[in-house]
Design a protein around this ligand. Structure first.
Ligand SMILES: C[S@@+](CC[C@H](N)C(=O)[O-])C[C@H]1O[C@@H](n2cnc3c(N)ncnc32)[C@H](O)[C@@H]1O
Length: 192
């Protein structure tokens, strides 16, 4: 089932909300990262720049055929052969990937769904030990030009709590100006 309030504005409007280079740097997405999963890839806004810098593959899932078509088309235009864009309902079916098989899971602008812990549990299942989950979401601020309604918009402390409940630790929060925050957590980090 499509996640509530997960529709997108036009692509040129959406892509102006993000400083992609800054976000990749702050979220630790670089050549040291091998295989990546992205849940709800949308237009491929992050998929394509991430595919350009990582050393492995990115499995980019979306429930919407048009989003998968656009992401595949952009990967083709950029001559990338490490983008695996997959049409799939992640909340109903999970990723279908083996346990402990990837290095990074991207949950970008998606954790306002009814069951955030379900996605985080799938993330921890498929991540290798020491792998990371990256969460981005709209600031908890009604003046942002877009984003889920305030009733369902998660605060960064909500995301941290859900992720810790799912088994992640070592959460680090950053501001992704102008409108977002980011959190990176690790699977299997020993605290203290
Ligand atoms: C708000 S957009 C975010 C897109 C992308 N993560 C970004 O930040 O640019 C949410 C995306 O999740 C997709 N989506 C919604 N429900 C889904 C589901 N159950 N399984 C997979 N993708 C889903 C939507 O089609 C949409 O493209």
């Amino acid at each position: 089932m499509k996640i509530r309030e997960s529709g997108m504005p036009d692509r040129d409007v959406w892509e102006k909300f993000f400083d992609l280079r800054e976000i990749l740097t702050r979220m630790g997405l670089d050549a040291k990262v091998c295989d990546v999963v992205e849940v709800g890839c949308g237009y491929g806004t992050f998929t394509i720049p991430v595919a350009k810098v990582i050393s492995g593959q990115i499995h980019a899932y979306d429930i919407d055929e048009e989003m998968i078509r656009i992401t595949k088309c952009e990967a083709g235009k950029a001559k990338l052969n490490n983008v695996n864009a997959i049409l799939r309902d992640i909340t109903a079916e999970g990723t279908g990937l083996p346990d402990e098989s990837v290095d990074y899971v991207m949950l970008f602008n998606i954790l306002h769904l009814e069951t955030p812990e379900l996605l985080l549990k799938e993330a921890i299942r498929i991540l290798k030990k020491g792998g990371k989950v990256g969460i981005i979401h709209w600031n908890y601020d009604p003046s942002t030009p877009r984003g889920p309604s305030m009733e369902i918009r998660p605060k960064s402390e909500d995301c941290l709590k859900w992720a810790e409940n799912a088994g992640f630790s070592g959460g680090v929060r950053c501001d992704l100006k102008p409108y977002h925050y980011g959190i990176v957590l690790i699977k299997g980090e020993v605290v203290g």
